[in-house]
Design a protein around this ligand. Structure first.
Ligand SMILES: [Fe+2]
Ligand SMILES: [Fe+2]
Length: 399
């Protein structure tokens, strides 16, 4: 089960005290704590929820900040020309981009209502569990403000003014603008489908953006871009799978929609993995330590703080359905890691420090360990219960 094995947040923390922690790159950094409001029982959780009407009762880790040594900011300055030539060239000019409207009924045309009817006919046979996955994916896309915020916490690459001319900032704004089409298109399609409770979905989006996320990237662009490399590939895989399933259920337009979004994710994965590839070239020790650090902490999924005002375990429930349908699984998590280890040729690194070699060894032996754990979890897996999802009018779906 993906969420249990690899996607869960770490241990609950409710402490309000300052700690120091060994950050990535062997740098000790100050930490700022964030209070957790999670309770051990449903009652406690509900109380916490009432006390905090803008964000759900969810755990976050102690927040480690600025773990990259300040002198490494220079690396990113020195890479600006490289970023112009290698990163910005991966963006698509707006005039050449698809837009959500290309896949939706035209509301000014006479045939609008007929087209909506056709759309609703097409989705009639699609099962509820598919919609749970698609809604979860759409909500994840819709929390885009959080991801732009997260990238703009990264030292050395953040957009200092909101219109900064550095290639890092240009990339982040244009990447956000490309990503913005994903949530837009899925949201409008789901709205027109008539199959989902839009108000509950909209509430979930509002809660999620209000909660933010806890990726544990520590203002550190090494960690941040490893995280985004992983995530872009994860979304490439999950949108690719929802495309395949839509085709199997007979909705070719929806298949096209999920497929075209997946191809954006692939291009974004190429960009982020290129940045890390470059860091491996100029600072192999720093890069491998960061990679090991991120994997030890586990890659938290961006929508892990999801809440709909009702289900305290909404994210776990959604990811269980995604696991069962094969939209995004624990095997995918291991596959992504394996892909990145190969992509960055981690096993071939030489001239590392002692710490670097340890990190290299950790990362390179992690895939078989994760796979073994997953096999054991599968062997122990029992039939899971059915749960009601507010997104589909409280209908039950098996986990
Ligand atoms: Fe996306
Ligand atoms: Fe993406």
């Amino acid at each position: 089960m993906a969420s249990k094995l690899a996607l869960r947040m770490g241990s609950p923390l409710g402490l309000k005290k300052s700690l120091r922690k060994e950050g990535a790159n062997g740098f000790r950094s100050p930490t700022v704590s964030m209070a957790s409001t999670i309770g051990s029982s449903t009652n406690e959780t509900r109380v916490a929820s009432q006390k905090k009407p803008f964000s759900p009762p969810r755990e976050v880790h102690l927040q480690v900040t600025h773990s990259m040594p300040p002198q490494k900011i220079e690396i990113f300055k020195s890479l600006e020309k490289w970023a112009h030539e290698n990163l910005l060239t991966l963006l698509k000019p707006v005039e050449m981009c698809w837009q959500p409207q290309d896949f939706l009924p035209t509301n000014s045309s006479e045939g609008f209502f007929d087209e909506v009817k056709e759309l609703q006919e097409r989705v009639k046979e699609i099962p509820d569990d598919y919609f749970v996955c698609l809604v979860g994916d759409m909500i994840t896309e819709e929390a885009l403000p959080t991801y732009q915020t997260m990238i703009n916490t990264l030292d050395g690459v953040l957009d200092e003014t909101g219109a900064s001319p550095t290639p890092w900032a240009i990339w982040t704004r244009a990447w956000t603008a490309e990503e913005n089409r994903h949530g837009d298109l899925l949201n409008k399609y789901l709205y027109l489908s008539g199959r989902v409770d839009m108000k509950q979905i909209e509430k979930t989006i509002q809660y999620l953006i209000g909660s933010g996320m806890d990726p544990r990237t520590e203002n550190n662009p090494y960690l941040g871009y490893i995280y985004t490399s992983f995530q872009e590939r994860a979304t490439f895989i999950s949108h690719g799978n929802t495309a395949r399933h839509a085709k199997e259920h007979g909705d070719l337009t929806l298949a096209k929609i999920c497929g075209i979004i997946a191809s954006d994710e692939k291009r974004h994965e190429t960009a982020y993995t290129k940045i890390i590839e470059k860091l491996f070239e100029i600072d192999p020790d720093g890069a491998v330590l960061a990679f090991a650090d991120m994997m030890k902490k586990k890659i938290t999924m961006p929508a892990h703080l999801m809440y709909d005002g009702r289900d305290d375990n909404l994210y776990d429930h959604y990811s269980s359905v995604a696991q069962r349908l094969g939209v995004y699984t624990a095997k995918d998590y291991a596959d992504i890691l394996e892909f990145l280890v190969d992509r960055w040729k981690v096993g071939e690194l030489t001239s590392l420090s002692g710490e670097g070699r340890k990190a290299q060894d950790y990362v390179c032996t992690l895939v078989p360990r994760i796979r073994k754990l997953e096999e054991r979890a599968q062997a122990r897996a029992k039939q899971r219960p059915a749960v009601r999802f507010s997104w589909i009018y409280d209908k039950e779906v098996q986990l």
